[in-house]
Design a protein around this ligand. Structure first.
Ligand code: GDG
Length: 491
């Protein structure tokens, strides 16, 4: 879908009703750098995907203001027009105290719900205090939504697992509102979910929505099954709907995507060519084979397994020594959480150990770039690579896979992709791997570096076709069409 079509759809379907997006993470962060304020884009799949949609739809995005310069650039209601250089929508920032952040974000969201939903054998931690803070912060978001729309009829689009109780709280405050929620991470099976001490409240909170979206039908089925086992309700399986207390919630799969045309266009620009030259020069990236991985440093992303696979590949194929470099771009995230400190240390040590054992003269097998990179640098890295490894142990979708494909305007490059990423459902032409098997990843690297050009081009062309057809605008368009089916509220 093209942007203009989405614009038309929004006008036609949502009419003049206010459209409000709510998420924990904000799409733009203002930070002090010396005497200057800089505006950054966070490394987050959710914000990367939704920002282009909001730029087309307009409206208000309510999110936690997390930058140290955020309060310095907003008006008295916490609002700023973004993108700053060419404003298209309003960002309304909500402020959280350190204790609120610790309990709601680091605590319940990231130490309980995140591991609970991903099932990668990291034990969820359920603390009563974190849960209480999570509820309190959800209430604060509901107050912010109420302050934004009052009693006006409106559509509210809630994002992710940080705000599971929000829809219910909004509906207690605002009478004329339709809410939809998109759950960006996997929904686990009932056996995994049942250990949550507050499972009933979470499900009741979610069922206040008129529509709930997941990336895959598999997650929708897990959700229906969980609700069926936990709550008194009617499941209408053929309609993918749940009725509880007279209120109906539709459950649908909407595989998220990226701005294919925007990325492809950017990839063809001079600034990306310049950045590719800079990277080659600065990091001495002149080897015959370049691999790339781009991730937030998270224990779900399978980074250690991938690095061990590079090591195994080189042990089995010593002829590639000096001819092969793997670039791992890694942005630290959730650094206050213990498990994230551990994964950071594990990756640091692994890179150091493999490079120490294998280096020769100016060559090291792994180039580890542990910093926030600009979108131009990320596209340049993707274009430089012969192959990209996306190896999460479990992932709702994984946008890096789709960004890699979108940036390959040359139609070349091989994608090595985890079977346990939502993206694997669409990318059957990637080299699909079991990310728990180092051997499997090493074999896929072997296949990637030996794949004939014709086959690479064929596979890449099929994958590009898929993202082009199902881009982020069609994702948003499909959700908007679904939301608009509900009784439009009366102003
Ligand atoms: C959640 C779900 C789902 C990475 N490093 C930098 C940077 N990134 C960008 C990537 C990509 C995004 O961050 C990461 O997106 P993912 O989809 O891989 O993962 P999560 O953040 O875990 O997202 C996931 C997603 O929500 C959307 O629904 O796909 O399954 O877990 O866009 O390019 N961006 C910048 N600098 C970096 O250094 N600017």
């Amino acid at each position: 879908m093209i942007k203009e079509e989405l614009q038309g759809l929004v006008r036609n379907k949502l009419k003049d009703y206010p459209f409000v997006v709510v998420s924990n993470r904000e799409p733009y962060i203002h930070s002090w750098v010396g005497e200057e304020i800089k505006c950054l884009r966070p490394a987050s799949g959710l914000t990367m995907a939704l920002d282009p949609v909001m730029q087309v739809c307009g409206g208000t995005w309510i999110a936690h203001g997390s930058g140290d310069a955020d309060p310095d650039v907003v008006d008295k209601e916490g609002k700023i027009q973004v993108p700053v250089e060419a404003p298209r929508y309003t960002l309304r920032r909500l402020w959280l105290s350190k204790d609120e952040e610790a309990g709601y974000y680091d605590g319940f969201s990231n130490q309980a719900l995140w591991p609970l939903c991903h099932i990668v054998y990291v034990k969820p931690i359920f603390r009563q205090k974190d849960w209480d803070t999570y509820k309190e912060v959800n209430r604060r978001f509901a107050d912010a939504v109420h302050a934004e729309i009052g009693d006006k009829a409106a559509f509210v689009f809630i994002q992710d697992y940080h705000l599971a109780l929000l829809s219910r709280m909004i509906k207690e405050r605002c009478l004329n509102v339709i809410t939809a929620q998109f759950w960006h991470i996997p929904w686990p099976n009932y056996e995994a979910f049942r250990i949550c001490p507050w499972k009933e409240e979470i499900l009741e909170g979610l069922l206040a929505n008129d529509l709930i979206g997941f990336h895959t039908l598999y997650h929708c089925n897990n959700f229906l099954e969980t609700v069926d086992r936990v709550l008194e309700c009617r499941i209408e399986r053929e309609k993918y709907a749940i009725v509880r207390g007279g209120h109906g919630t539709s459950v649908r799969a909407f595989p998220i995507s990226v701005d294919f045309a925007g990325i492809s266009d950017r990839a063809s620009r001079e600034e990306v060519a310049g950045e590719m030259a800079r990277l080659r020069h600065e990091y001495n990236l002149r080897q015959e084979f370049i691999g790339v991985g781009i991730d937030r440093v998270d224990y779900t992303k399978g980074i250690p397994e991938r690095l061990k696979a590079i090591d195994l590949f080189l042990s089995r194929n010593p002829q590639y020594e000096g001819r092969f470099t793997f670039v791992q771009a890694a942005e630290p995230s959730r650094v206050h959480v213990e498990e994230y400190k551990k994964i950071n240390e594990e990756v640091d040590e692994l890179v150091e150990e493999i490079n120490w054992r294998r280096w020769r003269s100016r060559w090291k097998p792994i180039l580890y770039i542990k910093e926030h990179l600009s979108p131009v640098t990320l596209i340049a890295l993707e274009r430089l690579a012969n192959f990209c490894i996306v190896s999460p142990l479990h992932d709702g979708m994984n946008l890096v896979a789709k960004e890699f494909v979108s940036s390959r305007i040359d139609g070349d490059g091989v994608l090595i992709l985890s079977r346990f990423a939502g993206a694997a459902r669409e990318f059957t032409d990637a080299l699909l791997i079991n990310p728990y098997s180092v051997d499997d990843i090493a074999q896929a690297i072997d296949v990637a570096v030996n794949m004939p050009e014709e086959e690479r081009q064929k596979r890449m062309s099929l994958m590009r076709g898929i993202v082009q057809e199902n881009d982020i605008y069609s994702w948003a368009g499909n959700i908007i069409c679904e939301i608009a089916k509900f009784r439009l509220p009366v102003s």
